[in-house]
Write a protein that binds this ligand. Structure first.
Ligand code: NAD
Ligand code: LMR
Length: 331
């Protein structure tokens, strides 16, 4: 039987508590046996003993070997997947200052991804897939990818949660089931500048541009609600989204592990390569598909309106600024 080795950082955190059990429940990786490497900082790594006990006590059918460690290099050896959750969330007080925006986390979290990226490049499988969840996810992924210096590996930053949020808002507006919505593309940064593409989304077989003619609703409801949903959850819960973030990470893995249905696509941010005239060298939300051979590729035939191009530029400009702010980590 096939095996897959998955490394999860931030394994004692909120997202991971919802994420890790579902990696071994037989759904995410189908019938593959899943070996887990759970990584935490030395100060809390011992807490993972309790999580491992719970995993064992849950009798998950597809659970293989489970290790926990604070040694990322050791964990990275021959891993197929890296779910990089470990980092500080916003909403907390750090050095006496409340962290309001995800970009404010750059100086705190960015450094984590240098060492982890180097280890992934050296010790991870040559076709490893890496999903950065920790914020600011796009620029952290850029830092990690640069440090890994291994082009055969695929670095992604998570925008699936934004795509799920956009589908949820749209399904209520159109009074249809979420499962009737496909091709929900998130362009740009996982930040308030992200652009959820309401024109190319497909609902009940029709493109959004034919279904939604209410630009007032787009500008005052749809875009701001999706763009600011993370903050709304933090304001209410006093902690950032966790179970929905875990579900989105699992959905990203599933989307990469299985061929994409014809005409559909999924959302994640990957390194730009000139397609759609996006500035090169940033990790930008784009439409992706998984080929029948298992290769994750950019979907290149989406038509963008001038409205969309203007919105996307705001987000890519922000990503360029974030990149400049971490220049020292990209040497
Ligand atoms: P949390 O504080 O509950 O858990 C984070 C864990 O990471 C902690 O246990 C911490 O000890 C660990 N950690 C910190 N540095 C580490 C390192 N170098 N190696 C390994 N582990 C390390 O936070 P959470 O709610 O689980 O959120 C984690 C991150 O995910 C945050 O940055 C949050 O903003 C982000 N997030 C992203 C999305 C998204 O859509 N991309 C959604 C929700 C949350
Ligand atoms: C989210 O979108 O829920 C996460 O990125 C957490 C946050 O800081 O908003």
């Amino acid at each position: 039987m096939n095996r897959v080795k998955v490394v999860v950082t931030g394994a004692a955190g909120q997202i991971s508590y919802s994420l890790i059990p579902r990696l071994v429940d037989g759904h995410t990786f189908g019938d593959k046996i899943v070996d887990l490497e759970l990584v935490e900082i030395p100060q809390v790594v011992d807490k993972l003993e309790g999580l491992v006990m719970e995993l064992e006590d849950s009798n998950f059918p597809n659970m293989g070997n489970v290790n926990y460690t604070s040694d990322f290099e050791e964990a990275a050896k021959d891993a197929d997947w890296f779910l990089l959750v470990g980092s500080i969330p916003r909403g907390i007080v750090f050095n006496g200052k409340k962290i309001e925006e995800r970009a404010d986390l750059l100086q705190i979290n960015g450094g984590i991804f240098v060492g982890q990226g180097q280890a992934i490049g050296r010790f991870g499988k040559s076709d490893a897939k890496i999903l950065v969840v920790g914020n600011p996810a796009n620029t952290n992924a850029l830092i990690g990818r640069h440090a890994a210096n291994n082009d055969s590996q695929l670095w992604m930053a998570m925008t699936m949660l934004d795509s799920s949020r956009a589908k949820s808002v749209l399904s209520k507006k159109l009074n249809i089931k979420i499962s009737d919505i496909s091709k929900m593309i998130i362009w740009g940064n996982h930040s308030p500048t992200m652009y959820p593409d309401f024109e190319n989304v497909v609902a009940n077989g029709s493109p959004g541009r034919d279904l939604i003619d209410d630009m007032d609703w787009i500008n005052t409801e749809f875009l701001p609600v999706v763009q600011q949903r993370g903050k709304a959850v933090i304001d209410s819960r006093g902690a950032s989204s966790a179970t929905s973030a875990a579900k989105a990470a699992l959905d990203t893995v599933i989307a990469c592990e299985n061929p994409t249905a014809s005409g559909d696509c999924f959302s994640a941010a990957v390194i730009t390569d000139g397609s759609y005239d996006l500035p090169e060298g940033i990790i930008c939300g784009m439409p992706l598909m998984t080929s029948p051979e298992g290769k994750v590729e950019i979907v290149r035939d989406i038509v963008l309106s001038n409205f969309a191009k203007d919105k996307i530029k705001i987000s890519t400009d922000e990503l360029i600024n974030e990149r400049a702010a971490v220049e020292d980590l990209l040497k």
